[in-house]
Ligand binder design. Structure first.
Ligand SMILES: Nc1nc2c(ncn2[C@@H]2O[C@H](COP(=O)(O)OP(=O)(O)O)[C@@H](O)[C@H]2O)c(=O)[nH]1
Ligand SMILES: [Mg+2]
Length: 281
């Protein structure tokens, strides 16, 4: 089995920063996580990618092509389709390694996740390579600190979850940038208390008109625990460890190793091998 996180979210939500923070966090625990850049338009990231999709296709080249004549969004979609059509390139680069752990840093065009099928195709391709994948959707916490924004961010997360049909977690990024009062406000929404969220939404003029609709959506999300958010502060190692553990449990990373130890009752030599294996993975 191979393990993967597919890191998604709007442009600037902190995807690349998250990827390198998780990689460094794992390294501090002597574990190797590789990062693959899947963003053909990436300008900056501070990890050293295992694979960089820009070697296959670069947004600038597509946009400069006189025949294609794409703008940034059309160009990006073209690039992603190109990746799927040439998936053997990526497959070859990813190799055939057992028990590896890879984070895929995806582009920031939200439509790729909410209603297009390209990412779904990419997921199928990775699943065929034996990857067990957790979708990780990042939203900048600064855009979630009033009732209406929280509701709209929640709806965006929900469309991604429904569109991709993948085990999934939602992360509120950049918590270190929030003021104390903003943090308090956000805490109110994160606790399972629909009333405070709905009370805030009602204050908004737009929502005055569509009050019943907003209330119905708010209640639906709360009643069925449809969407949950994990606040992330990359400067807090304990917080990072909690999030990584949550994701590792979802993809059952490490569990196979435990099972092997318990199942083995052959020679002492074999037992030793497995214990070593467990420590190293
Ligand atoms: N303070 C702070 N800044 C962040 C954090 N995550 C991202 N940023 C900044 O937000 C900007 C966009 O981040 P990036 O990771 O490139 O976003 P991406 O477009 O989703 O890959 C950069 O200037 C980052 O330095 C965070 O957790 N805390
Ligand atoms: Mg990025």
């Amino acid at each position: 089995m191979r393990y993967a996180q597919l890191v998604m979210g709007p442009a600037g939500s902190g995807k690349s920063t998250y990827c390198s923070a998780i990689q460094q966090h794992a390294a501090s625990e002597n574990k190797t996580i590789d990062v693959v850049n899947l963003d053909p338009a990436a300008e900056y990231f501070d990890y050293n990618p295992l694979v960089d999709i820009r070697e296959l296709v670069h947004l600038d080249d597509v946009m400069e092509d006189d025949e294609l004549k794409f703008g940034p969004n059309g160009g990006l979609v073209f690039c992603m389709e190109y990746i799927i059509e040439n998936s053997s390139w990526l497959e070859e680069k990813l190799g055939d390694v057992d028990d590896d752990y890879i984070i895929f840093d995806c582009p920031g065009q939200i439509e790729l996740y909410t209603h297009m099928t390209i990412i779904r195709q990419l997921i199928t391709m990775l699943q065929n390579l034996n990857f067990r994948i957790c979708g990780v959707f990042l939203i900048d916490s600064q855009f979630m600190i009033d009732g209406s924004k929280f509701l709209s961010g929640t709806m965006a997360a929900l469309s991604v979850m429904i569109n991709l049909e993948l085990p999934h977690i939602n992360i509120l990024s950049k918590m270190d940038l929030l003021s104390k009062s903003a943090k308090k406000q956000l805490d109110k929404y994160l606790e399972p208390d629909p009333h405070s969220l709905l009370a805030d939404i009602k204050k908004d003029p737009w929502n005055e008109k569509y009050k019943s609709l907003s209330e119905a959506i708010g209640r639906l999300i709360e009643d069925y625990s449809l969407v949950r958010f994990y606040p992330l502060n990359i400067k807090d190692e304990e917080n990072m460890a909690d999030i990584k553990l949550t994701i590792d449990n979802i993809i059952q990373y490490g569990e196979d190793a435990d099972v092997k130890i318990r199942d083995f009752d052959e020679s002492i030599e074999d037992d030793d091998k497995d214990i070593n294996y467990d420590i190293n993975t």
